[in-house]
Ligand binder design. Structure first.
Ligand SMILES: O=c1ccn([C@@H]2O[C@H](COP(=O)(O)O)[C@@H](O)[C@H]2O)c(=O)[nH]1
Length: 471
């Protein structure tokens, strides 16, 4: 038997390759699953795998190796040790203490880095590793994998000018398992049918790699249990049920208009964002009617009060005055400028309220420099029971927080007072934000229902575009 065929049969016999029904990271069910983590339990098999990778690496020129975490790390380590070529490692989670590095190891900008991966489906895991390497100035031209599932990975890497080299292709595996009698011809036909009918084409657009934002490809289902605040979890339940990550900013000045917007766009949105202090005829009855509409159409209410004072004042602003925000708002937000007292006050007095921190702003000349954004992240971590997300221009942190981006418009690029607009696809698929906040793009439309439906679809499609494959 040819050595690659023998390798495939061994992988099958050692249950690295399994046939059945398996859920992939993308949520898609696959009738075949390949778990190359198992190879670390069989040193001779591991050596064989690495020697096959080595045959390809020999033909390439590079200065440094990087294994995609976690499965490919032992492969890259063995290649590094056997060939005396240094290795770097991408952290899956960047720590908020110590050196806070995304890439561990010693390297120089402009060194050529060869990425080693165990298997590739659409290529999203490789692209997640590519981003931080490129950001550090490393050049990536080639990726070597043991197995190409032939589901779009090669084309998606090519869009980033990266060549894919694979030891095995899914076709080799299916043919060998048939010829060796491990699978029947009918089983193999069914598997071919699956691969023909389930193309996985999702990939991060090249701009996502360069945008500098973290673009998480975990689904909202996967992130739901990571969110500590219960309003944040409730929001994700609504998002998933309505397939809507659209928030409408109802910036109007009369209660009648506010309530009619809530009723018109309610079915399309996950959250209605209010500025109670711009409503000229606010009474408790307005909030009661809003809450009624929120229950009817199944959305949350976010009062965009942007608290920014010392804790004691914030407590009074939240609970008192003529607005009694704490009685009806599900979500409020705060600047971090006054320090943690602001958030402490919100977390104490808003038992049923989730908090968002303003980490970045959409307006021209905003003073939210990277250090400021970082401070917002640090503060959120201290108050994770209350804080479940950020107002930001994209994804700026870990998937246990949600990212809400204002300044979203399908046609305009800005207004005369410094607002800057980005389109939903860029905000969600490229910059990795989760929720798009749309004001005038919808409320100034002559048909708000239709506009809300158009934006809902654009935002949800962008979220689906962002979701990748993997294993
Ligand atoms: O950085 C920020 C923070 C908040 N906003 C608010 O979002 C809406 C945007 O309305 P558009 O009509 O879509 O411009 C508005 O309520 C702002 O107060 C923001 O725009 N930027």
């Amino acid at each position: 038997m040819h050595s690659l065929e023998a390798l495939i049969v061994e992988l099958y016999d050692k249950q690295v390759i399994q046939v059945g029904s398996f859920k992939l990271k993308s949520g898609i069910t696959s009738p075949i699953y390949i778990d190359l983590r198992v190879t670390i339990s069989y040193p001779s098999l591991l050596r064989r795998v690495v020697s096959c990778l080595q045959d390809i690496c020999r033909s390439l020129s590079y200065d440094i190796l990087c294994g995609v975490p976690y499965t490919a790390l032992p492969f890259a380590t063995l290649l590094s040790v056997e060939n005396g070529i240094p290795m770097v490692m991408r952290r899956k989670e960047v720590k908020d203490y110590g050196t806070k590095k995304a890439i561990e190891g010693v390297f120089q900008p402009n060194q050529v880095c060869l990425i080693i991966e165990d298997l590739i489906t659409s290529g999203s895991s490789v692209l997640e590793t590519l981003g931080p390497l490129v950001k550090e100035g490393l050049l990536v031209k080639d990726v070597v994998v043991l197995l190409d599932r032939e589901q779009g990975g090669e084309d998606n890497l090519a869009k980033h000018n990266i060549r894919l080299h694979s030891v095995l292709k899914m076709t080799d595996i299916l043919e060998t398992l048939k010829h060796s009698g491990r699978l029947s011809a009918e089983q193999v036909d069914e598997l071919y049918h699956y691969f023909r009918s389930t193309p996985i084409s999702s990939s991060l657009p090249p701009s996502a790699i360069k945008s500098g934002y973290k673009v998480h490809q975990l689904s909202f289902e996967q992130r739901l249990p990571l969110i500590r605040n219960k309003v944040g979890r409730r929001l994700l339940e609504i998002v998933l049920k309505k397939q809507s990550n659209l928030i409408v900013a109802a910036d109007v000045t009369t209660s009648q208009e506010l309530l009619s917007i809530a009723d018109e766009v309610g079915p399309q949105i996950c959250v209605l964002k209010t500025h109670a202090d711009i409503i000229q005829d606010w009474t408790d009855s307005v909030s009661e009617q809003l809450v009624h509409l929120a229950k009817l159409h199944h959305f949350l209410i976010f009062e965009d009060r942007k608290f920014a004072d010392i804790g004691n004042t914030v407590e009074l602003q939240l609970t008192g005055g003529i607005f009694h925000i704490a009685h009806w708002a599900d979500i409020v937000n705060a600047h971090i400028i006054a320090g943690p007292g602001t958030i402490e006050a919100l977390s104490r007095s808003a038992e049923h309220c989730g908090v968002l921190l303003l980490a970045q702003m959409s307006s021209k000349g905003s003073l939210t420099v990277p250090e400021y954004t970082q401070k917002a992240l640090e503060m959120a971590k201290q108050y994770e029971d209350a804080v479940f997300g950020f107002i930001s221009l994209g994804c700026i942190g870990e998937p246990n927080f949600l990212y809400f981006t204002p300044g979203v418009h399908l046609q305009e690029r800005g207004d005369s007072l410094g607002q800057q607009y980005t389109d939903p696809e860029t905000v969600i698929a490229v910059q990795g934000s989760d929720m798009a906040i749309v004001g005038r793009g919808i409320i100034q439309s002559s048909d708000r229902r239709k506009a809300a439906s158009t934006y809902r679809k654009a935002c949800w499609d962008a979220y689906l575009q962002r979701l990748g494959d993997d294993k």
